[in-house]
Design a binder for this molecule. Structure first.
Ligand code: ADP
Ligand code: MG
Length: 228
Protein backbone atom coordinates (compact mmCIF):
# COMPACT_ATOMS: atom_id res chain seq x y z
CA UNK A 1 0.00 0.00 0.00
CA UNK A 2 1.18 3.49 -0.81
CA UNK A 3 1.54 6.07 1.89
CA UNK A 4 -1.48 8.29 2.06
CA UNK A 5 -0.66 11.50 0.23
CA UNK A 6 -2.48 14.59 1.53
CA UNK A 7 -4.43 16.36 -1.16
CA UNK A 8 -4.84 13.24 -3.29
CA UNK A 9 -7.94 11.08 -3.60
CA UNK A 10 -5.96 8.37 -5.35
CA UNK A 11 -2.30 7.50 -5.61
CA UNK A 12 -1.21 4.72 -7.95
CA UNK A 13 2.37 3.53 -8.24
CA UNK A 14 3.62 0.76 -10.47
CA UNK A 15 0.19 -0.79 -10.93
CA UNK A 16 0.47 -4.01 -12.92
CA UNK A 17 -2.35 -6.31 -13.96
CA UNK A 18 -1.55 -9.49 -15.83
CA UNK A 19 -3.96 -11.72 -17.65
CA UNK A 20 -1.89 -14.81 -18.38
CA UNK A 21 1.37 -13.67 -19.95
CA UNK A 22 0.12 -10.25 -20.91
CA UNK A 23 0.50 -7.25 -18.60
CA UNK A 24 -2.52 -5.14 -19.53
CA UNK A 25 -1.45 -2.57 -16.94
CA UNK A 26 2.31 -2.45 -16.76
CA UNK A 27 3.74 -0.30 -13.99
CA UNK A 28 1.17 2.46 -14.24
CA UNK A 29 1.55 5.63 -12.15
CA UNK A 30 -1.26 8.11 -11.58
CA UNK A 31 -2.24 10.71 -8.98
CA UNK A 32 -5.77 12.05 -8.77
CA UNK A 33 -6.38 15.33 -6.97
CA UNK A 34 -9.65 16.13 -5.19
CA UNK A 35 -12.26 17.62 -7.48
CA UNK A 36 -10.38 17.33 -10.77
CA UNK A 37 -12.10 16.08 -13.90
CA UNK A 38 -9.92 13.62 -15.79
CA UNK A 39 -10.71 12.00 -19.12
CA UNK A 40 -8.98 8.73 -19.93
CA UNK A 41 -8.55 7.86 -23.59
CA UNK A 42 -7.07 4.74 -25.08
CA UNK A 43 -7.66 2.15 -27.75
CA UNK A 44 -10.15 -0.61 -27.17
CA UNK A 45 -8.44 -3.26 -25.07
CA UNK A 46 -5.79 -0.88 -23.71
CA UNK A 47 -6.86 -1.54 -20.13
CA UNK A 48 -9.10 1.44 -19.29
CA UNK A 49 -11.83 -0.65 -17.68
CA UNK A 50 -9.21 -2.76 -15.94
CA UNK A 51 -7.79 0.39 -14.36
CA UNK A 52 -11.25 1.53 -13.25
CA UNK A 53 -12.05 -1.87 -11.77
CA UNK A 54 -8.81 -1.77 -9.78
CA UNK A 55 -9.63 1.76 -8.53
CA UNK A 56 -13.14 0.66 -7.58
CA UNK A 57 -11.76 -2.26 -5.58
CA UNK A 58 -13.50 -4.69 -7.91
CA UNK A 59 -10.31 -6.46 -8.96
CA UNK A 60 -8.08 -8.13 -6.42
CA UNK A 61 -5.59 -9.33 -9.02
CA UNK A 62 -3.53 -6.18 -9.56
CA UNK A 63 0.01 -5.75 -8.21
CA UNK A 64 1.61 -2.50 -7.14
CA UNK A 65 0.48 0.34 -4.94
CA UNK A 66 -3.05 1.67 -5.01
CA UNK A 67 -4.35 3.97 -2.33
CA UNK A 68 -7.78 5.52 -2.54
CA UNK A 69 -8.99 7.98 0.07
CA UNK A 70 -12.71 8.30 0.62
CA UNK A 71 -15.57 6.60 -1.15
CA UNK A 72 -15.61 5.55 -4.77
CA UNK A 73 -18.64 5.16 -7.02
CA UNK A 74 -18.85 3.75 -10.53
CA UNK A 75 -21.24 4.23 -13.44
CA UNK A 76 -20.86 1.90 -16.40
CA UNK A 77 -21.71 2.11 -20.08
CA UNK A 78 -24.74 -0.10 -19.46
CA UNK A 79 -26.50 1.28 -16.40
CA UNK A 80 -26.87 -2.20 -14.81
CA UNK A 81 -30.03 -1.39 -12.89
CA UNK A 82 -31.60 -4.31 -11.07
CA UNK A 83 -34.69 -5.04 -13.23
CA UNK A 84 -36.93 -6.33 -10.43
CA UNK A 85 -36.44 -3.26 -8.25
CA UNK A 86 -38.07 0.08 -8.96
CA UNK A 87 -35.88 3.06 -9.83
CA UNK A 88 -35.92 4.54 -6.32
CA UNK A 89 -34.97 1.19 -4.77
CA UNK A 90 -32.14 0.84 -7.30
CA UNK A 91 -30.73 4.20 -6.28
CA UNK A 92 -31.06 3.39 -2.56
CA UNK A 93 -29.59 -0.10 -3.04
CA UNK A 94 -26.89 -0.92 -0.52
CA UNK A 95 -27.24 2.41 1.32
CA UNK A 96 -27.03 1.66 5.01
CA UNK A 97 -28.21 5.10 6.16
CA UNK A 98 -31.59 5.27 7.91
CA UNK A 99 -32.56 8.08 5.55
CA UNK A 100 -31.60 6.03 2.47
CA UNK A 101 -34.94 6.50 0.69
CA UNK A 102 -34.89 10.24 1.32
CA UNK A 103 -31.35 10.54 0.00
CA UNK A 104 -32.24 8.45 -3.03
CA UNK A 105 -35.21 10.76 -3.73
CA UNK A 106 -32.94 13.78 -3.49
CA UNK A 107 -30.44 12.21 -5.93
CA UNK A 108 -33.25 11.37 -8.36
CA UNK A 109 -34.48 14.96 -8.18
CA UNK A 110 -30.97 16.16 -8.99
CA UNK A 111 -30.86 14.13 -12.18
CA UNK A 112 -34.41 15.16 -13.08
CA UNK A 113 -36.00 11.75 -12.53
CA UNK A 114 -38.43 12.45 -9.68
CA UNK A 115 -41.30 11.42 -11.94
CA UNK A 116 -39.74 8.02 -12.62
CA UNK A 117 -38.96 7.03 -9.01
CA UNK A 118 -41.66 4.34 -9.01
CA UNK A 119 -40.96 3.09 -12.53
CA UNK A 120 -39.43 -0.27 -13.45
CA UNK A 121 -35.94 0.04 -14.96
CA UNK A 122 -36.96 -1.68 -18.20
CA UNK A 123 -39.46 1.10 -18.94
CA UNK A 124 -36.74 3.81 -18.88
CA UNK A 125 -35.18 5.29 -22.00
CA UNK A 126 -31.42 5.04 -22.47
CA UNK A 127 -30.87 8.56 -21.20
CA UNK A 128 -33.13 8.02 -18.19
CA UNK A 129 -31.32 4.78 -17.31
CA UNK A 130 -28.00 6.56 -17.46
CA UNK A 131 -29.36 9.35 -15.24
CA UNK A 132 -30.64 6.77 -12.75
CA UNK A 133 -27.20 5.19 -12.80
CA UNK A 134 -25.63 8.59 -12.08
CA UNK A 135 -28.08 9.13 -9.20
CA UNK A 136 -27.09 5.74 -7.79
CA UNK A 137 -23.44 6.74 -7.94
CA UNK A 138 -24.00 10.21 -6.49
CA UNK A 139 -26.10 9.11 -3.56
CA UNK A 140 -22.93 7.56 -2.15
CA UNK A 141 -21.34 11.04 -2.07
CA UNK A 142 -18.16 9.73 -3.67
CA UNK A 143 -14.82 11.48 -3.40
CA UNK A 144 -13.97 9.72 -6.65
CA UNK A 145 -16.52 9.10 -9.38
CA UNK A 146 -15.51 6.56 -12.02
CA UNK A 147 -17.42 6.77 -15.30
CA UNK A 148 -16.75 3.97 -17.79
CA UNK A 149 -17.98 5.17 -21.19
CA UNK A 150 -21.34 6.22 -19.73
CA UNK A 151 -22.35 8.19 -22.81
CA UNK A 152 -21.34 5.92 -25.65
CA UNK A 153 -24.65 4.06 -25.97
CA UNK A 154 -26.66 7.30 -26.09
CA UNK A 155 -27.82 9.12 -29.20
CA UNK A 156 -26.09 12.43 -29.92
CA UNK A 157 -28.67 14.79 -28.43
CA UNK A 158 -29.24 12.69 -25.32
CA UNK A 159 -25.48 12.51 -24.91
CA UNK A 160 -25.27 16.31 -24.83
CA UNK A 161 -27.98 16.50 -22.18
CA UNK A 162 -26.22 13.92 -20.04
CA UNK A 163 -22.86 15.71 -20.53
CA UNK A 164 -24.46 18.85 -19.18
CA UNK A 165 -25.95 16.94 -16.30
CA UNK A 166 -22.59 15.41 -15.40
CA UNK A 167 -20.95 18.84 -15.45
CA UNK A 168 -23.72 20.29 -13.30
CA UNK A 169 -23.42 17.45 -10.78
CA UNK A 170 -19.65 17.76 -10.79
CA UNK A 171 -19.86 21.49 -10.11
CA UNK A 172 -22.38 20.96 -7.31
CA UNK A 173 -20.61 18.08 -5.51
CA UNK A 174 -17.04 18.35 -6.72
CA UNK A 175 -15.99 14.71 -6.68
CA UNK A 176 -12.84 13.90 -8.60
CA UNK A 177 -14.05 12.33 -11.85
CA UNK A 178 -12.22 9.77 -13.96
CA UNK A 179 -14.15 9.46 -17.20
CA UNK A 180 -13.26 6.75 -19.69
CA UNK A 181 -14.23 7.69 -23.20
CA UNK A 182 -13.13 6.91 -26.74
CA UNK A 183 -14.37 10.31 -27.91
CA UNK A 184 -11.56 12.88 -28.08
CA UNK A 185 -13.96 15.82 -28.42
CA UNK A 186 -15.86 14.67 -25.36
CA UNK A 187 -12.61 14.44 -23.42
CA UNK A 188 -11.52 17.93 -24.46
CA UNK A 189 -14.91 19.44 -23.75
CA UNK A 190 -15.43 17.93 -20.31
CA UNK A 191 -12.09 17.39 -18.64
CA UNK A 192 -9.39 19.45 -16.94
CA UNK A 193 -6.82 16.82 -17.77
CA UNK A 194 -6.76 14.26 -20.57
CA UNK A 195 -4.75 11.06 -20.23
CA UNK A 196 -3.93 8.46 -22.83
CA UNK A 197 -3.46 4.88 -21.73
CA UNK A 198 -1.09 2.95 -23.98
CA UNK A 199 1.15 -0.09 -23.43
CA UNK A 200 -0.11 -0.39 -19.87
CA UNK A 201 0.95 3.08 -18.80
CA UNK A 202 -0.20 6.69 -18.96
CA UNK A 203 1.63 7.47 -22.19
CA UNK A 204 0.41 11.01 -22.69
CA UNK A 205 -1.06 13.75 -20.58
CA UNK A 206 -2.63 17.04 -21.62
CA UNK A 207 -3.78 19.81 -19.32
CA UNK A 208 -6.77 21.64 -20.69
CA UNK A 209 -6.97 25.36 -19.95
CA UNK A 210 -9.65 26.17 -17.42
CA UNK A 211 -10.60 29.18 -19.52
CA UNK A 212 -12.04 27.27 -22.47
CA UNK A 213 -15.81 27.12 -22.76
CA UNK A 214 -17.20 24.14 -20.92
CA UNK A 215 -19.71 22.11 -22.81
CA UNK A 216 -22.72 23.71 -21.18
CA UNK A 217 -21.49 27.20 -22.03
CA UNK A 218 -20.42 26.36 -25.54
CA UNK A 219 -22.20 28.81 -27.88
CA UNK A 220 -23.23 26.10 -30.37
CA UNK A 221 -24.74 24.02 -27.65
CA UNK A 222 -26.50 26.90 -25.98
CA UNK A 223 -28.23 27.74 -29.25
CA UNK A 224 -28.99 24.07 -29.89
CA UNK A 225 -30.48 23.73 -26.43
CA UNK A 226 -32.65 26.77 -27.04
CA UNK A 227 -34.12 25.06 -30.08
CA UNK A 228 -34.95 21.79 -28.30
P1 ADP B 1 -10.58 -1.27 -22.43
O1 ADP B 1 -11.57 -0.94 -21.34
O2 ADP B 1 -9.49 -0.27 -22.57
O3 ADP B 1 -11.24 -1.52 -23.75
P2 ADP B 1 -10.14 -3.65 -20.82
O4 ADP B 1 -9.56 -3.09 -19.59
O5 ADP B 1 -11.56 -4.06 -20.79
O6 ADP B 1 -9.85 -2.64 -22.04
O7 ADP B 1 -9.31 -4.90 -21.26
C1 ADP B 1 -7.92 -4.84 -21.50
C2 ADP B 1 -7.42 -6.19 -21.95
O8 ADP B 1 -7.48 -7.10 -20.87
C3 ADP B 1 -8.23 -6.81 -23.07
O9 ADP B 1 -7.34 -7.45 -23.93
C4 ADP B 1 -9.11 -7.80 -22.36
O10 ADP B 1 -9.42 -8.86 -23.20
C5 ADP B 1 -8.23 -8.24 -21.22
N1 ADP B 1 -9.02 -8.64 -20.05
C6 ADP B 1 -9.80 -7.84 -19.30
N2 ADP B 1 -10.39 -8.50 -18.29
C7 ADP B 1 -9.96 -9.79 -18.41
C8 ADP B 1 -10.18 -10.98 -17.66
N3 ADP B 1 -10.96 -10.98 -16.57
N4 ADP B 1 -9.55 -12.10 -18.07
C9 ADP B 1 -8.75 -12.10 -19.15
N5 ADP B 1 -8.49 -11.02 -19.89
C10 ADP B 1 -9.07 -9.87 -19.54
MG1 MG C 1 -13.62 -0.71 -21.34
Amino acid sequence: MATRVPGRVAVIRGLTRRFGERAVLDGLDLDIAPGEFIALLGRSGSGKSTLLRALAGLDGGAEGELEVTGSVAVAFQEPRLVPWKRVLANVALGLAAPDAAQRARRALAEVGLTERAGAWPLTLSGGESQRASLARALVREPGLLLLDEPFSALDALTRITVHQLVLRLWEAHRPAVLLVTHDVDEALILADRVLVLQDGKIAHEELIGAARPRHRDHPDLVSMRDRL
